[in-house]
Design a protein around this ligand. Structure first.
Ligand code: HEM
Length: 198
């Protein structure tokens, strides 16, 4: 343990945390579109948590990427971190990480300026949201292909648990009727269960 570089441990810890948080962001996004939690969680609270998890996931992702610049064993340049395909180490696996990062950026920017974009903001937000959801499978492939211990039993258990929860959420979304839209604080349209049906 004494010989293990702290940067390497940090890169791995931040990467795994970012992946776990990204999984939670996607799961909360799916929950937001179903009534599976009923009265246990209001749509506004789910939306707040979805946003908060997204911000924390991006912070851990930033740590993951910045630490790569300081790793003594395998130092990355800024270009290698940001531009897919420039890494000489595990080119494809690392490129998937960079692509996942870029897929998350549009929704973060549009989300920030959404209230000011008025009607155009809603459709732009929806489209960029799909890109963000697409980041999950790409980030997961990156994890599996680049992770030192990706196939270790604890890591496989984590991957299966994360993927299982998302599959469960998607199945629930398919079976549990989607609630009607309503306007919540901050002029964000979210979906709530119609009161007439309760
Ligand atoms: C959504 C985006 C990303 C997520 C969720 C993510 C997550 C992860 C995870 C979970 C690992 C495995 C850690 C381990 O057990 O070893 C990993 C490894 C790695 N990631 Fe990322 N990553 C992302 C983006 C990036 C980006 C943009 C880069 C920069 C090029 C990058 C470079 C690396 C490298 C080099 C490794 C191998 C670390 C090692 O084991 O030595 N990742 N990443």
């Amino acid at each position: 343990m004494g010989n293990v570089a702290w940067t390497w441990l940090g890169i791995r810890a931040a990467g795994i945390t970012a992946w776990g948080l990204l999984t939670a962001v996607v799961l909360w996004g799916i929950l937001l579109r179903t009534r599976i939690l009923g009265h246990a969680a209001s749509p506004t609270r789910l939306l707040d948590l979805h946003r908060w998890l997204g911000a924390v996931a991006l912070s851990f992702l930033a740590i993951h990427m910045v630490l790569l610049l300081f790793d003594a064993y395998l130092p990355f340049t800024i270009a290698q971190v940001l531009i897919p395909g420039l890494s000489s180490w595990e080119t494809f696996a690392v490129a998937l990480g960079s692509i996942a990062f870029w897929l998350l950026i549009p929704v973060s920017i549009v989300g920030r300026f959404r209230p000011r974009l008025k009607n155009a903001g809603a459709s732009l937000f929806q489209r960029t949201h799909w890109l963000a959801y697409a980041a999950w499978p790409v980030a997961t492939m990156h994890y599996v292909l680049a992770g030192t211990d990706a196939l270790a039993s604890w890591s496989l258990a984590l991957l299966i648990a994360g993927a299982g929860l998302l599959v469960f959420g998607l199945i629930a979304r398919g079976f549990i009727p989607s609630p009607g839209p309503t306007r919540a604080a901050g002029s964000v349209v979210i979906r709530t269960a119609p009161t007439a049906r309760r």
